[in-house]
Design a protein around this ligand. Structure first.
Ligand SMILES: Nc1nc2c(c(=O)[nH]1)N[C@H]1C(S)=C(S)[C@@H](COP(=O)(O)O)O[C@H]1N2
Ligand SMILES: [Mo]
Length: 405
């Protein structure tokens, strides 16, 4: 009891943001609204949103051009190289929540992992007053709804149709609550290294992926972003490939920080060197070079991003129109100002219903009436004052062919 009280004070004292209170539109409590996507335009004015395709006739899906053919929905390759790609053209059909068996996979359940669920525990050591080993059951007992959170692999490109991203409703426990309840920090502890099992018998081809899965966070980051240990996705236990029996989720950060098969937490100080995982992903998380120390890494948070995921050809009132469905995600500031441009001709996207949470993505629909036939380049930007490094780089640009108008 004494340890509980004193460790809580220690953790909260250290966490300036916690002292101000967590909450606002990015906190988990704001995201428990199941009706998020029910207002997507389907009728005349579904959910108060005007459907520019009302009464029209769907003709066909128009493929994106210049992108490799991708196999969706099955795990290809093995170990660290294992990938399952989500078919984003189905995001609208899925209501913005990816079915568990279609949720993207990056790295399969390690074949060298033999610890049973009953024996699973998370060791806590480093700068602590006493080392503890937390049985999985004690953490699962604290599990509550953590809301809808999307995740994107930092290596998500057109090579996999941008399908290394998915979204689910997660159940779990905030890392801060676990520390608060079970761990007495040494006064020198400022950061935490969270790591997971990462041994596979088959090496990554071309050493594309380096062994070791761990990321170092400041205690403030854990609170600010609402990092949590997840045990369930969409109401079911995590699948083996998604980190069963316990994974880390860091809302708004790239997937590389969302460690799977978590078995160890180590409290460290500001001189801790970067982990091999942080080094491996430094470029992909847009760090300033490849810093040696963890403290020189920026939060690996996703800035504002958007991409079209599906283009359909329709006939509306005798006219050919293209129905462009897309997603918008990432970013810290809530902004509904998303611009779409077709070969440089720009228009605002009608974000209706408005985006509900920075932790989740939002789907939108845009009507495009082409002026001429031929290839169309689709690009996006949000408000100028909002960081959007990948939109600036054209990372999510896509093209399709207008063959009828
Ligand atoms: N132990 C472990 N955790 C890991 C990884 C890994 O290779 N090993 N890959 C990371 C990366 S790069 C991503 S994008 C996410 C993918 O999670 P998912 O497979 O559940 O989609 O897991 C992260 N956690
Ligand atoms: Mo990733």
């Amino acid at each position: 009891m004494h340890r509980f009280v004193s460790s809580r004070r220690t953790f909260l004292e250290r966490s300036a943001i916690a002292a101000l209170g967590v909450g606002g539109c990015t906190g988990p409590a704001a995201m428990t609204d199941d009706g998020m996507f029910t207002g997507l335009p389907t009728g005349d004015t579904a959910g108060g949103c005007v459907d520019p395709f009302a009464g029209g006739e769907f003709l066909e899906v128009v493929p994106f051009t210049g992108e490799p053919t991708v196999t969706f929905g099955e795990v290809l390759e093995q170990g660290w190289d294992a990938r399952l790609v989500y078919d984003l053209t189905r995001a609208e059909e899925h209501g913005g929540v990816t079915p568990n068996d279609l949720f993207y996979v990056r790295t399969a359940y390690p074949d060298r992992l033999t610890t049973s669920e009953a024996d699973w525990a998370v060791r806590v050591d480093g700068l602590v007053q006493s080392e503890v080993t937390l049985p999985l059951a004690d953490l699962v007992e604290m599990s509550t709804d953590q809301g809808l959170v999307m995740m994107e692999c930092s290596g998500n490109t057109e090579n996999r149709a941008f399908g290394l991203m998915s979204a689910a409703r997660w159940g779990g426990v905030p890392v801060a609550d676990v520390l608060d309840r079970f761990v007495s920090l040494d006064p020198a502890a400022t950061r935490i290294d969270i790591s997971g099992f990462d041994e596979h018998s088959v090496p990554s081809q071309g050493n594309h992926s380096t062994p070791g899965a761990s990321w170092i966070f400041t205690l403030e980051e854990l609170v600010e972003y609402g990092a949590f240990f997840a045990f369930t996705m969409n109401g079911s236990p995590l699948s083996r490939n998604h980190g069963f029996p316990i994974r880390l989720m860091v809302p708004r950060w790239w997937g590389c920080a969302c460690i799977k098969w978590v078995d160890h937490m180590r409290l460290v100080d500001d001189d801790a060197p970067a982990t091999s995982q942080m080094i491996e992903f430094a470029r992909r998380t847009h760090q300033n070079g490849v810093p040696e120390l963890a403290r020189d890494y920026r939060a690996a948070a996703m800035q504002h991003a958007a991409t079209p995921v599906r283009v359909e050809k329709w006939r509306v009132d005798g006219q050919i129109a293209y129905r462009v469905v897309g997603v918008v995600w990432g970013g810290e500031a809530s902004t509904d100002r998303l611009m779409i441009s077709f070969n440089g001709r720009e228009a605002p996207v009608d974000m209706c219903p408005p985006r509900q949470s920075q932790n989740h993505w939002s789907l939108w629909v845009h009507r495009y009436d082409p002026r001429r036939l031929g290839e169309v380049l689709v690009t996006h930007r949000v408000d100028e004052d909002v960081p959007q490094v990948r939109l600036d780089q054209g990372w999510y640009d896509r093209t399709f062919e207008v063959d009828e108008r």
